[in-house]
Design a protein around this ligand. Structure first.
Ligand SMILES: *Cc1c(COP(=O)(O)O)cnc(C)c1O
Length: 435
């Protein structure tokens, strides 16, 4: 591990909590250099919804490479792009009666968000955008100004401008309807809040602590946006691609956002790939006005098409995600009730759920104990107080149960048996099942 400490920047993050040398991975399992097996409940922070190295996608990708398929094409027309667009249109957009234009942005989530913000400002000729408490939209300056977390905001080094922050659903308790507040400040010309170009929102706030808004709140947000001529941007980078139990996380609300961002699991294979979707009437870009070298990753087109063909040709897969989501909720409720001492709570939607352990220290001890037992799982939220379950959607029922068993044992150890894992559990004495 010396080379990492010697050469790699202090900015490294996840590696600190899982300090092993990982060598291979398959589906919901990751293996380190000693062939220790880990169940992956982090799944690339939601970039691996279909698990690691999916065999169908891998085969398609190898075939494409071996046939001399184009790897890099700027935004030239390629057969890989054509087939992706045809499949995305036929299997994702059309069945949902979604009339949207596809814009290929740079390959990461924050690139898709930057494009969304820029186009909203251009369309409305207004500088401000409403984003919400605990929101997370990426780390480049435009996206970062929409992001709430002060640890990350403080890294900017300059003033982060162009955002109005509004309370997310539930931020002020169950009794306060935060959409009424938004409506009020947008109506009142002396509220001090300039009319924004858009509102950007996550339906489930992943990094912000698995907070989710109700379907009704989302519908009301859409209505309030329309009422005030403000665009609605849904950032579906983490909650999309099936995580919520539908391809798009807002489907249940029946809304048609003006702009949608997708990335993370879009390629299906963990390859960088992002896009921004918008209603065709919003397409007022001039050629190359928002440009980039890596717009459209041909390898990602190939695997993304394979992912859609494999999982999104009908509702079977989505139904299985909803079913697993119910199981997860039930198990977590049970754990919280048994060991949570009235303090812990469960939150989330679909296969995007978490346990609120109230403080980061407790959550960290539990995830550390779980890691020692062979489970890779992370925390999120202001104080890292939420244990966040993000397992691959394709996880086998039996492995899902086993992973949650590990969480249960870890919670029990800490809360009932008071076995406090030590720092060294992170490092030398990892004893996990040998394969
Ligand atoms: C991860 C994430 C982003 C940023 O994506 P990157 O690929 O890390 O730039 C933006 N929005 C949401 C909701 C995310 O979860």
């Amino acid at each position: 591990m010396k080379i990492f400490e010697e050469l790699e920047s202090e900015v490294r993050s996840y590696a600190r909590n899982f300090p092993r040398l990982f060598k291979r991975a398959q589906g919901e399992f990751v293996y380190d250099e000693d062939e220790n097996e880990y169940i992956d409940f982090l799944a690339g922070a939601g970039a691996l919804n279909y698990g690691h190295n999916h065999p169908i996608m891998r085969t398609k990708l190898i075939e494409y490479i071996e046939s001399g398929g184009i790897t890099h094409s700027l935004d030239f027309h390629t057969d890989a792009k054509k087939e992706f667009l045809e499949t995305f249109s036929e299997k994702i957009l059309q069945p949902r009666e979604m009339d949207y234009t596809v814009m290929f942005t740079g390959p990461t989530g924050t690139n898709a968000v930057e494009a969304a913000l820029k186009m909203a400002r251009k369309l409305k000729g207004r500088s401000h955008i409403v984003s919400f408490t605990n929101g997370w939209h990426g780390q480049t300056l435009g996206s970062l100004s929409m992001t709430a977390n002060s640890h990350h905001r403080n890294g900017a080094g300059i003033a982060l401008t162009g955002a109005h922050r509004m309370p997310y659903d539930g931020y002020l308790g169950d009794q306060v309807n935060t959409i009424e507040y938004l409506d009020k400040v947008l109506t009142d010309t002396s509220s001090g809040v300039d009319l924004p170009a858009a509102c950007i929102v996550e339906t489930i706030q992943g990094e912000g602590g698995v907070n989710y808004c109700s379907i009704e709140w989302l519908r009301d947000l859409s209505d309030v946006c329309q009422k005030h001529d403000v665009l609605l941007i849904i950032d579906d980078i983490q909650a999309g691609c099936g995580r919520s139990g539908r391809f798009f996380s807002f489907e249940e609300a029946g809304i048609k956002p003006d702009i949608i961002t997708l990335s993370k699991s879009l390629s299906g294979y963990g390859l960088p790939f992002a896009l921004t979707l918008f209603k065709p009437e919003h397409d007022r870009w001039s050629p190359g006005e928002h440009n980039g070298t890596f717009r459209g990753n041909c390898h990602a087109f190939v695997t993304a098409k394979a992912a859609i063909d494999t999982y999104w040709s009908d509702d079977t897969f989505a139904a299985s995600v909803r079913k697993k989501g119910e199981y997860i909720a039930k198990r977590l409720d049970d754990i919280v009730e048994k060991y949570g001492d009235g303090n812990f709570t469960v939150k989330g939607r679909g296969m995007f759920q978490g346990i609120n352990c109230v403080n980061g220290e407790t959550a960290g001890k539990i995830t550390r104990a779980a890691y020692k037992k062979g489970l890779i799982i992370e925390t999120s939220g202001t104080d890292d107080q939420i244990i966040k379950l993000l397992c691959p959607l394709t996880i086998a029922d039996e492995v899902l149960a086993r992973g949650i068993d590990i969480i249960e044992e870890s919670v029990k150890e800490l809360c009932i048996d008071h076995e406090i894992p030590t720092e060294s559990d992170y490092f030398d004495d990892v004893t996990v099942t040998k394969k």
